[in-house]
Ligand binder design. Structure first.
Ligand SMILES: [Fe+2]
Ligand SMILES: [Fe+2]
Length: 167
């Protein structure tokens, strides 16, 4: 079943995003600038194509199951995650990070984590899609990976929605 294949791929992507975010929490806690920079790059590379195919195909496809309000909440989780990522890049660019700023960064990352597990749960609904629909999501994923825009590139050049303002 194609949906099983999708669930495996989807789970693995969320695992990688989860691990990068948890490592980023550790890096900010230690105020390890090199690690912070490298992990922020990793998170942007992983989430750019992932968010993109979710928004272009998976989330719209889920309107056959969920209410428009719930789909909107998934999209606004992304708005918030992009805003938080921007703020984290700002913080990481500072010459030196105060303990307070490091704690703030950790809080921002923790704020994004629930979407990773919530999003992974969506694959239980994908099991109810037609093979054709699942294939169209996998195709969009391929296109998204080939385009390879990271989170910031995609959010600024392609995405129509605005990121949330995160202080
Ligand atoms: Fe996701
Ligand atoms: Fe998502």
């Amino acid at each position: 079943m194609l949906a099983d294949q999708f669930s495996k791929i989807f789970r693995e992507e969320h695992r990688q995003i989860r691990d990068a975010l948890l490592d980023l929490i550790t890096a900010f806690s230690k105020r390890d600038r090199d690690q912070i920079q490298s992990l922020l790059g990793q998170v942007a590379t992983l989430t750019g194509p992932h968010f993109r195919y979710e928004e272009e195909t998976l989330y719209p496809a889920l309107t056959e199951i969920f209410s428009p309000e719930y789909i909107e909440s998934l999209l606004s989780d992304h708005d918030h995650a992009i805003g938080a990522a921007k703020k984290l890049v700002d913080l990481a660019g500072k010459g030196s990070l105060s303990e307070e700023e490091a704690n703030h960064a950790v809080d921002l990352i923790r704020g994004v984590l629930p979407h990773v597990s919530d999003c992974d749960g969506l694959s239980i609904m994908v099991e109810r899609f037609s093979e054709k629909k699942v294939q169209s999501i996998l195709d969009a994923r391929d296109r998204s990976n080939q385009a390879g825009l990271d989170l910031m590139q995609w959010a600024s050049k392609v995405r129509k929605r605005a990121a949330a303002a995160v202080a």
